[in-house]
Design a protein around this ligand. Sequence first.
Ligand code: NAD
Length: 476
Amino acid sequence: MTQYPALHMYIDGEKVSGGGRQTFDVVNPVTGETLAELPLANSADLDRALDAAQRGFTTWRYTPAAKRARVLHGAAALIRERAAELARVATLEQGKPVGEAKMEAMAVASWFDFAAGECQRLYGRELVRPVGQRSVVRWEPVGPVAAFAPWNFPLVNPGRKLGAAIAAGCSIIIKSAEETPASALGVLQCLYDAGLPTEVAQAVFGVPDEVSRHLLASPVIRKLSFTGSTVVGKHLAKLAAENMIRTTMELGGHGPVLVFDDADMEKALAMSAGGKVRNAGQVCISPTRFIVQEDVFEKFREGMAERLAATVVGNGLEDGTQMGPMANARRPDAMEKFVADAKGKGARIDTGGERIGNQGYFFQPTLLSEVPLEAEVMSEEPFGPLALINPYRNEDDMIAEANRLAYGLAGYAWTNDVQRQRRLADALEVGMVGMNTHMVSSADAPFQGVQWSGHGSEDGPEGVKACMVVKTVHEA
Ligand code: NAD
């Protein structure tokens, strides 16, 4: 049996807990039972972390890239070694099937390896000048980073932010979600064990609004990296603007999926249903709005309903589970409201639509069809196992529907017509396009949204550069 670890913060190299601090109950979403108490930071804790982050930056920024790379490669190796245990802890606190959690751990390791390579290729350039003069463009680390990572990918979300900052030469204070702290601490421990100086990366937890206000008001912090909802992203962007802090915002999405009559229907159905139930739909790039050409609509609706209904839902630690509970009590409540609202406005429920059991946060994989645009779920991110499917006549109508919302994270299309693929790649207003695939995330590929889905990239060379600034030096 996996033991859930005792929880603490990591501030200036010290495990911080107790001392009369407020606490937060971390809960197992399978049962709703408390796993452990998490200590929350007070303002003295945050000031201490800021002070350490300032010290950490002054040394880490001048630490040779090869040494930073050694730490990141070392941490990647440790994550692979500890992947099974990291995954079980992530499943205990977040609920996803343990196989998905293990893939998450592996993704963090591959990102650390990629960032390690990338930080050794931050070349800058020298400009052509007359004899005796010199102009150089340099990439420098932006400074101490404040990072806020949500609970849906408890390993990858903090991992991405830690890897980018550390590769770039920044220090970082990370506040991962209070719901899933042990995963973030497990990743951080791998970095420490690989030789990262403890003042370079620290973990705090707290009342989110108090922590973000405190950190973003400090002159120490030079960059904010946030993953979460658009509404919180807008709030934090305003706070960051007060101190002109640079931001990377990875916010919500409403994944449009365009399905054309020339698509490989079996493949489209398998990936769409599999993609929808992955992490119980709590994925910012989850396929959500299925925009289906009318002559294949019935076939697609039936195929999706069949596959979603056949999903094995259960405890993520048990063999054979394909979808776990939702991560917290807020999610099934939100699903019930979305379904009731859509049904009331005339949507048809093809499968699912209800909670499962009377303990934990389980919700049925659900397909709603012929959903009126006025239904809330057609405009708000469901962030759960709800698929919405409507018929459309032609490509132009389908593109218009895909671009209807201000969200623009990932968009998908299923078609075997190469010319159409190119038109769609041009037309979709998103940061990532999946053409005949729903796999749009890898360590070497930048991950980003446009409009209300945010700005700035994570992963890829762009993810490391997002923690850097350019300085031009002219000498005469
Ligand atoms: P929420 O909007 O309250 O919180 C989302 C995340 O932001 C959490 O991790 C939370 O700790 C953090 N947060 C909230 N207020 C903050 C603040 N003032 N300062 C710093 N961090 C803050 O909602 P929730 O119920 O936790 O999640 C539901 C919604 O969040 C979903 O509907 C979805 O749209 C969005 N979400 C998006 C992602 C993503 O990957 N983009 C991940 C998780 C949640």
